[in-house]
Ligand binder design. Sequence first.
Ligand code: MRU
Length: 361
Amino acid sequence: MFCGSERDGGEALRAVTHAANIRYDKAAEALCILDQSLLPNEVREVRLDTAEEMVEAIRALRVRGAPAIGICAAYGLYRLARTIEDPDPEVFQTQLRAFSAQLCAARPTAVNLAWALGEMENTAAAHAGAPRRVLLEALYEKAAAIHQDDIDKCRAISEYGLSLLREGDGVLTHCNAGPLATSRYGTAQGPFFLAAERGMRIRVFAGETRPLLQGARLTSYELHRAGVDVTLICDNMASMVMKNGWVQACFVGCDRVAANGDTANKIGTSSVAILAKHYGIPFYVLGPTSTIDRNCPSGDQIPIELRDPEEIKSLWYEKPVALPGVPCYNPAFDVTDHSLITAIVTEKGICRAPYTESLLF
Ligand code: MRU
């Protein structure tokens, strides 16, 4: 089904940019997420009540994308705080920190997870002497503020990102950094939705993103449904589309940006950056300042998640594509050296090298 924004007055576009990937139902005290692992074949919301369910959902990429896992964990910690019944404030704080550590351990690379949980822990500590009802309310307000803050930041990042593009440009993107991975417009894919809203013609090339196919399953799904001109390519086709002159810029998201600008993002991102340098194409990283890790001097200190080799051998849905005993190396992220990055776009503006100065304002 084609849902072009021109044909329906922008409704399809809005349905994508305003979809509720994470929703906290206050009346039911229920944390609900859109299960991204089922897309694009099935749209199903699932409810997460326990710490185990939340950790499983983050690990299995039911909820994924650096900002989205931070938002989910923030609401999740509030939800879990409600289950702490011990009246002793010290016990409450201890149990809350234990839940926070459990959620934080779900995935190591995206710093937004630890960042959002740290914000929640600080809020709890600041209300340590308050009655339980007041403390819980403060935690809910904080989670909702983290969510709203991401909506605002994504919009600002999208505006700055769009200012780097011209009518008719082709842009290559990798993985998924759109509404599903964030809230509303997204980061690296946000400018494409804004361009569509404004009738500006941009052609997007979305790398399929092996092994878990976030580009195929999620990015092309979101962009196509919104009426954005998107062409899905296999990751190994990037060089060819660049050589053909079809790409004027690369836009990617980020999971953790070190103080020197080295950037961890989905595995394969650094290959795109190296190709872009070869062809003289600008390579931009887009992400909120909550993805900058000031305590991490360079990419060498960023923990890279290693995932189950079966993900390589079984594709996403289908039969195995390799013998069961074949050893596999399956890192989920790689680090792009800051020297390959033309600029890092945050909600505060467009930061250029030296990043040790421009990022750490
Ligand atoms: O393993 P994933 O799907 O969570 O990886 C996501 C990415 O690498 C995104 O590009 C990144 O989190 C930025 S999302 C705005």
